[in-house]
Design a protein around this ligand. Sequence first.
Ligand code: BF8
Length: 661
Amino acid sequence: MPEEKKLEKKTIDPTTLELLNICAADGINTVFDRAEALKACPIGSTAACCHSCFMGPCRLTGKTEVGLCGATRATVTARNYARAVAGGAAAHSDHGRDMALTLLAACEGHAPDYKIKDEAKLMAVAKMLGVKTEGRSMEEIGKDVALVALDNFSSTKKELDYIKRAPAKRQQIWKNLGITPRGIDREVVEVLHRTTMGVDQDAEHIMDHAMRASLTDGWGGSMLGTDISDVLFGTPGPVKGRANFGVLSTDEVNVIIHGHHPTLSMMIVEAASDPEIVAYAKSKGAKGVNLAGICCTANEILMRHGVPLLGNFLTQELAMVTGAVEAMVVDIQCVMEGLVEVAKKYHTQIISTSPKAKIAGSTYIEFDEEHALKIAKDILKKAIDNYPNRKNVRIPTYVDNLVAGFSHEYINYMLGGSFRQSFRPLIDNIANGRIRGAAGVVGCNNARVLPHDDNQTYIVKEMIKNDILVVTTGCNAIACAKQGLLTPEVMNLAGPGLREICQTIGIPPVIHMGSCVDNSRILTVLAQCATEGGLGEDMSDAPAVGFAPEWMSEKAVSIGTYVVASGVNTWMIGHNPYSNSPEVVKLMTEGYTKKVGAALHFEPDLKKAVKDAIAVIDAKRAALKLDPYDPNRYARSDTYFPADYTSFKAFAEGRYTRSGT
Ligand code: BF8
């Protein structure tokens, strides 16, 4: 097959394709090429490999049913799964810990560039955490909030403070199962302990603890991380933005911020408009500094400052190929080591900043909260110094518009106004069948799940077509943004009921809720809906489902597990990494359903996943005795144009397909 045709199968994103063609011409090796050249290990990819001790690794394949120590396939598979959960929970929670430490430093006067931006949010969080507020300064309250948050990591905690946000019934389920999460660090360490050689030897028992550890992510580190980010940087509200490579500037210094920590990215945003920096950029012949983001930190700065999204996980190496990126500033998580090799071929400087994540071959400028703004300016000056080194600039022109930044607070306000904030209109319209249900579509790209962004956008379009409201975060949100799915106009792709509600309330059918730690915002919305009543008493009663269409990270396994442990059926699309043990697969699906009311599906068949998820939504509606969903009941006006599955190209050209014709 000619190279060009081969590349067309790798992505649905026109700019990614354009840049992959440049890579082919320039002889640049990217993750797309490495995925072709390096096949996944057939033993590890089904969790058949045990390396808990050094008598092995043992491969439990073929007729081999146990390892040297006698560990069964089920035990080994469950251990591998639990360790992935622990890795993901540790990543999100350590992020949350850093946010708490920044708040503490800011309130104690050690991080003068950070201020409490959202006092109302601080008061709400303080109240929830039982911190005294009367007669105290914001700094005193903030300090105590930070200390209580940090205490949630300790091993003496009996239960996480944040589980109070869960409906009473859900808390009781966790209690009955003995999986109420205690200290965050404790549960993560306990996974590592239980899964080391010769400890926990019962797959079900290991997997119960995996749920407990995952809950320290969703209802612990992620949730407190989100709350403290809002306190320090402001709770997001809707903001207009732009996405894709066309956001790069031809006459400004382009700085890409990639990674996860808002402490760094927010400071760079602040520094970029500083007159000193603008003047310095001008002294080097540029008009100023243009910022754009990759991965979750992009969502953080988009939601709060409208900084454009450059791309998602799989496009990080391609940014440099444009020849227009002076610096890529990275911190933690989802940063490919391959960046440095690509950077060598172009003028881009990779600037690593986190003491936790040094990258060989990068320029290291250590970021610390005490000198945040100065360091951010130093980083930008380095980028500006690089501007005169630009040579061959090839910026794809493609840009899409978007609306992002729907925090749970804003959704609450949007539905009820400031006078009567409530989720009632949402609940009522799900109950009356205008909205069939809700889907959280979240997570990564994966170089083995191609074309890139195809699964992401397919699921989103299928959901809204079927009147299912979508909330999105992480790299799925960026995929949606790049394909024009975060605009109100997309309601033309929505089913009749959902479209009517979107028009009435003034929301898009695909709601951008932030970064991956912000999946905690989705938990909060679901919990509040259950607490308000009308869709049952527990999160598992609601007609809601979760999808990770192109997942690849341990963080996604942790998210999938805590969403399931919170009662929401979830589909992780792609190969099943735990297929070596049918017993474990059964425990994740039927077993988890019996315990927590939801299943964790690793499903290679995308269309089956969509069909099964819609069936689950309808079954939940029936169990709640809601009216059966009927797409023909609402919004049958002359102007209504029923959506059908429409390619983005057709959608952009206004060629909608009328259902059934
Ligand atoms: O935390 S969605 S590839 S960027 S892991 Fe990474 Fe996956 Fe993107 Fe953010 Ni989340």
